[in-house]
Design a protein around this ligand. Structure first.
Ligand code: HEM
Ligand SMILES: *[C@@H]1O[C@H](CO)[C@@H](O)[C@H](O)[C@H]1NC(C)=O
Length: 490
């Protein structure tokens, strides 16, 4: 009897002690240092999860910016970060003090933490990025230029749209195929037929990974990985898909090695293999890193560009007068007899402005990818210790009332001055600084060539009795909801 009593007391004591210990440890771990940016009241263990609305995470925190200012702290489970708002501070963090914020944090739901292009840091990142940029700039990509590869794809895309004969159809499938083919051509050396089954499988795996990032179970996995890894949910599908993609890429690399000619490079994989051969024994260029870099290019380059094109067609159907002005400019500068070339862009300020306004208004990357402080830094009088994760609120700049005349209206005039194209500093679709989008030049080339090729041949209209919606779908990027549209031949 006595023995039993003692046992139960000690069990209770132990339990209470354990709980108190966990609370204290949680408090100590999350205590902010002196002068840290203001942080709303934090719940033990859960952090600020109560502040988030998973359906529209970019909107709900509004009241907190009003209360706490342009820079404030937040945490989600064990992930803690500082949010930066407004042009002045965004520029301070990405440009003026940019060198202190070039690293990326480790995110649990990320297959290639620390390697590749998107998630690597330090010396490894610098070497991969420099190599990739110079390779994409056409050194070492063989005889066909990037522009030619995009133009070839434009012809296939226009033909596929023609096949719809002006009837309502969902353009998502074909646009994603076309955009992804450009990256495939650059990295793997070939494009795929739109009907190719393996290609369809590949795109489906990638699409799921992108859109399941917005799922609640994925967010919870990022905040509480050690618990969530035992539970079912979207995060399990994501890791399964990553594994399939990785083995597909390894297969492709092996094929390249079989018919590899060291004196001639057909694509990015060939060039990278050359670099591995040159760099023997070093850890920088390795096959494992090649797999990560190639998949990173596919990921960063597909959904972003194809969603932007889908927004563009939506905006054209909703603003027929703007669409007509773009077509008039195409007729005047290019005509109907030849394909658009990149050089045309210099003579087409209106079309260029429309594409920029599509990107501003669509705002497909509302928060830039997270950065991490490489060393202790002061920002706007606040102390940001080494290792702090920063999130840049791109929306706060692209919709800033003091920067844009009519921020909430689709208005190509935002990018025009005296009839000329006006480059705006507060256009941040690709972010800024040394770690801004690596594919910016490629993406802008694709957007211009695909968009003008389509508007040269078709007029886009809502199907009869249909209202097109501008409500976005949240994933890693903000894409339009699936829609049907008519591409009426000119
Ligand atoms: C409309 C299309 C695109 C948009 C809006 C876009 C936007 C962005 C943004 C906002 C970032 C984060 C930059 C930062 O951390 O500050 C980024 C990174 C990146 N983008 Fe893009 N991107 C687009 C197309 C592409 C394409 C076509 C490629 C393919 C080459 C690409 C490759 C990358 C890579 C590799 C990174 C990571 C760079 C690094 O961490 O060093 N992007 N992009
Ligand atoms: C980001 O900026 C938008 C627009 O200014 C604002 O409504 C939103 O609350 C901001 N989000 C965060 C997390 O700061």
């Amino acid at each position: 009897m006595l023995h039993f009593l003692w046992d139960s007391i000690s069990f209770h004591t132990l339990l209470i002690f354990l709980i108190v210990f966990l609370f204290v440890a949680d408090y100590m771990k999350n205590r902010n240092p002196k002068n840290f940016p203001p942080t709303p009241l934090r719940l033990p263990f859960l952090g600020h999860i109560y502040m988030m609305d998973f359906k529209a995470p970019h909107i709900t925190v509004q009241k907190y910016t009003e209360k706490y200012g342009d820079i404030f702290g937040m945490s989600m489970g064990s992930m803690k970060f500082v949010v930066v708002n407004g042009m002045r501070l965004v520029k301070e963090v990405l440009v003026n003090q940019g060198d202190n914020f070039l690293d990326r944090p480790e995110i649990p739901m990320d297959m290639f933490s620390k390697i590749g292009l998107i998630s690597s840091s330090g010396h490894l990142w610098k070497a991969q990025r420099r190599f990739t940029l110079s390779t994409l700039r056409n050194f070492g990509l063989g005889k066909r230029s990037v522009e030619e590869r995009i133009q070839e794809e434009c012809r296939f895309l226009v033909d596929a749209f023609k096949d719809e004969q002006g009837n309502p159809f969902d353009p998502q499938f074909t646009l994603t195929n076309a955009v992804s083919n450009v990256i495939c051509s650059l990295t793997l050396g070939n494009r795929f037929d739109y009907q190719d089954e393996d290609f369809q499988k590949l795109l489906k795996l990638m699409h799921e990974i992108v859109f399941l990032q917005g799922a609640i179970t994925t967010q919870l996995y990022n905040s509480f990985p050690s618990i969530m890894k035992f539970l079912p949910g979207a995060h399990q599908t994501i890791s399964k898909n990553w594994k399939s993609l990785k083995s597909y890429m390894e297969e492709q690399i092996n094929k390249h090695k079989e018919d590899w000619n060291p004196s001639e490079s057909r694509d990015y994989i060939d060039s990278y293999l050359q670099e591995i051969a040159k760099d023997k024994g070093s850890d920088t260029f390795r096959e494992e890193h090649l797999v990560a870099c190639t998949l990173d290019l596919m990921f960063a380059g597909t959904e972003t560009t194809s969603s932007t094109l889908r927004w563009a067609l939506l905006f054209m159907a909703l603003h027929p007068e703007i669409q007509a002005r773009v077509q008039a400019e195409i007729d005047a500068v290019i005509g109907q007899a030849r394909q658009p070339v990149l050089e045309d862009r210099n003579n087409m300020p209106y079309t260029n402005a429309v594409i920029h306004e599509v990107q501003r208004k669509a705002n497909i990357v509302p928060f830039s990818m997270p950065r991490m402080a490489e060393k202790d830094t002061m920002v706007d009088g606040f102390f940001i210790p080494k290792g702090t994760v920063l999130t840049i609120n791109i929306t706060s700049v692209m919709f800033d009332k003091s920067e844009w005349e009519t921020p909430d209206t689709f208005n190509p005039g935002h990018f025009l001055k005296d009839g000329k194209f006006w480059k705006r500093e507060s256009f941040l679709a690709f972010s800024v600084g040394k770690r801004a989008c690596l594919g910016e030049v490629l993406a802008r080339s694709e957007l211009f060539l695909f968009f003008t090729s389509l508007l040269q041949k078709f007029t886009f209209q809502a199907p009869l009795d249909t209202t097109l919606s501008l409500q976005p779908l949240m994933g890693i990027t903000m894409a339009p909801q699936p829609y049907k549209i008519c591409a009426v031949p000119q």
